[in-house]
Design a protein around this ligand. Sequence first.
Ligand code: LMR
Length: 395
Amino acid sequence: MFEHIERVPGDAILGLIEAFKKDTNPQKVDLGVGVYRDAKGNTPVMRAVKEAEALLLKNETTKTYIGSHGDPGYGEVVLPMVLGEGSPVLEAGRASATQSPGGTGALRLAADFIAHHLPGKDIWVSDPTWPNHLGIFPAAGLTLHKYPYVDAENRLDFAGMLAALQEIPHGDVVLLHACCHNPTGFDLSREQWQQVLEVVRERGLLPLVDFAYQGFGEGLDEDAYGVRLLAEHLDEVIITSSCSKNFGIYCERTGCLIMVAKNAEQMGNVRSQVAIVARENYSNPPAHGGAIVSEILHSAELAAIWREELTEMRDRINTLRRDFVEALAPYGLDQKYACVAEQRGMFSYTGLQPEQVDRLRDEFGIYMVRSGRANVAGFSHDNLPYLAKAIAAVN
Ligand code: LMR
C-alpha cells in the first residue's frame, strides 16, 4: 500500500532546529526558527507565565473538555488585546473568538471556513510570505496567488503591492501581515494601511490578517493599528492571532481565530459554523496555554509584569538590529545591510542569497532560512563580531 510513497525533504524552517543541534562547531549561531532568545541564546519561560502556572496548578479543579471555542476567559482577554479596549467592534458585538492550537491552527480554521462557506474565492498572499501559508491554504482546497511585497533592491514594494491588490477579483481573500512581516520584517506605515483599506473596500475583498507577533514591532497597541483599522471600517475581517511569541508559550499551541462580522446576528451565525470546523479538525483546543494567558491578563499585577517583559524583548531585538549594522561598518557593509535596522519584529530579510546562506552554514555554523531570513533574536553582543566577519567573508 505504501510502496509508491516518496520521501520528501523536511520543513525548511523546522528542519533547521535538527541541523543546528547536530553541528559540532563551538561558535555556531542559530538564526533559524522564529523563537525569542535572550543574551545567552536561551528561550526562557517568562516570569509572568511561571507565576500564572503556579496559580493554575494550585487552583485547577478539572481537566474536562473546554468546548470547540475554547475557554471563554481566554476569548474575553484576547479580543481587547487584539481589537483594543473599548473597541467599537467589540461594543457592537461583531467579533467572535475561537481558541485554536497556535496561530497555525487559527489559519487552518480560517482556510477550512473559507473553503466551506465562500466557495470559489481564492486567496492572495504576499511574495514572499511565511512558507507555511503556501501549504495551509492549498491543503484546505483554496487556490493561492501572490502579490508583490519586496523589490529587487530588497525594499518594501508598496506601489507594486497596491497595484496588484487593485486587480484582485471582487470577493477574494487577501492575506495581510498585521506587523513584523514574516519573513521580511518590512511593515506598512499608518498611511499605507489607510491606502490598503481603501483598495480592499473598493474591490470588496475579504482581509485575513495574520497577527502572530503582536508586541514585537513597536508595541501592543501600535502593532494592532492595521488590524483595528480594517475591523472598524469593514463589515467582515478574519484575524488569526497567536500568543506563542508574545507570551513565549510556543509549545503550548495557543492561538485565536477572530471572526469579525457585519453585526451581532451574523457574528452568531458565523461563530456557530466555526465551532463545526474546529470540531471536525481537533474537537477542542488544548487548554493550558489559553489558561496561562487568561490568568495573566485577568490579573493587573501579572499583566504589568508581562508587559514589562515583552517590552524588554522588543527593545533588545531593536537594539540588536542597530548593533548588527554597526558591526558591519568596519567591513564597509553597513549601507548594504542598513535595512536590518529599519525592519521590525523577529525577522530580517537580509538580502543574503541562498548560496551565501549555504556558505554561512557550512563554513561558519551560522543557520538561517535559505531565503536569507535571519531571526534577529539569535544575534547577541557575543556573536555579532563573528557574524559580521562571516558575512564579510561571503560577500
Ligand atoms: C517561523 O516562521 O520561524 C515561526 O513562525 C515558526 C514556524 O512555525 O515556522
